[in-house]
Design a binder for this molecule. Structure first.
Ligand SMILES: Nc1ncnc2c1ncn2[C@@H]1O[C@H](COP(=O)(O)OP(=O)(O)OP(=O)(O)O)[C@@H](O)[C@H]1O
Ligand SMILES: [Mg+2]
Length: 340
């Protein structure tokens, strides 16, 4: 079953591209067919992490309609079962995508013949990034153990929740206007939390508000802590989980704890994934553990944006998966494993 896995972060430079390349390779080596898509439009560099030259047509060609399908853009990476759809290096100007272009890309992604489709997203919380993140129920959110990284990750989740609520109502509807008005007047720390607002809206307008809350509950981001230096770094992950639950009503799952590793910078300089250079390095071992978890995880991920009847089952699975993590010190366990 095909799974789309967006990889986002809020703050830039936390290791999304390095993780995408290595995780893709780990999954390919585990026998999965994997396509990596460089969706960091305007700053595409995933090809570099794989040692590929910047001479292939990519998403820019699809957005500007020079290429009709994403499968026509697949580039061999030199690794078995691992493919790349490059970004927009050769045809820039795609950094601000219309919703229609995003919809076209999402539709094409679901046609790619792969087990896993990893989306390397840009930094920040622009709709360009967030709309791809919420296209799957369980994208990866990468953090570093720094307060700024955690705060940006929270802002990212808040934008994602807002975007889901906004898009749950039709264009021109009163509910949409209310959501926009709330976002426009709300200042952090004052008045209604996002969750209270969403609940209130659902109560006042149950017909559309109920399904909107349900769409929100389907989002179950998977947190990956990168550049961990001590087991205590897990603490920041818990803070993010607590504040996201309290203010946004979102559950988070902890999926990976990756260690700070000088081998990563060396592998970037050598333009080879660290997993290929040194599979026994601390970072590569963490990525392998993450790949194993993901390959065993139960859920598939049809895009929410184009969901059909399968969306129901998806929601149930997401809720079930959230329940499994409830009350467990999952990230602490992952950290202990990483330092073992
Ligand atoms: N676990 C790690 N240990 C040591 N260094 C790391 C680790 N992870 C990432 N780095 C360093 O961080 C740099 C940035 O990583 P990367 O380009 O993957 O970040 P990014 O999140 O994709 O950035 P951007 O937001 O600009 O796209 C790497 O070149 C590497 O030097
Ligand atoms: Mg990047």
């Amino acid at each position: 079953m095909q799974r789309i896995l967006p990889i986002a972060s809020g703050k830039g430079g936390v290791g999304k591209s390095v993780l995408t390349a290595n995780l893709g390779l780990a999954l390919a080596r585990a026998g999965k067919t994997v396509v990596l898509v460089d969706l960091d439009l305007g700053a595409s560099n995933l090809h570099t992490c794989l040692g590929l030259r910047n001479r292939h047509a990519g998403l820019g060609s699809f957005v500007w309609k020079a290429e009709k399908s994403l499968s026509g853009l697949l580039v061999e990476t030199g690794f078995e079962r691992l493919w790349l759809v490059p970004g927009d290096n050769l045809l820039p100007g795609t950094a601000n995508l219309e919703w229609n272009s995003k919809r076209r890309i999402l539709k094409e992604l679901s046609k790619l013949p792969a087990d896993f489709i990893l989306l390397d997203l840009g930094a920040g919380s622009s709709y360009n990034v967030v709309d791809f993140f919420v296209a799957a129920p369980s994208g990866l959110l990468v953090l570093c153990p720094e307060v700024t990284s955690v705060l940006n990750a929270y802002s990212f989740l808040k934008t994602a929740a807002f975007r889901i609520l906004h898009r749950s109502f039709p264009e021109g509807s009163e509910e949409r206007a209310e959501v926009l008005a709330y976002a426009g007047t709300k200042t952090e720390g004052s008045g209604l939390s996002f969750l209270d607002f969403a609940r209130g809206l659902a109560e006042r307008r149950p017909e559309r508000g109920g399904p909107a809350l349900e769409a929100l509950s389907r989002l179950l981001p998977r947190v990956v802590l990168n550049r961990g230096k001590s087991p205590e770094d897990a603490e920041l992950g818990y803070r993010l989980r607590d504040i996201s639950r309290k203010n946004l009503g979102l559950s988070l799952e902890f999926s990976g704890f990756l260690l700070e590793d000088p081998g990563v910078a060396k592998s970037v300089a050598a333009r080879r994934p660290l997993l290929d250079l040194d599979a026994s390095s601390p970072f590569a071992r963490g990525v392998q553990a993450l790949a194993t978890r993901l390959a065993q995880a139960p859920e598939a991920s049809p895009p929410l944006a184009t969901e059909g009847p399968d969306g129901e089952a998806e929601a149930e699975l997401a809720v079930a998966a959230a329940g499994q993590n409830e009350g467990e010190d999952e990230l602490a366990r992952l950290a202990a494993e990483a330092f073992a």
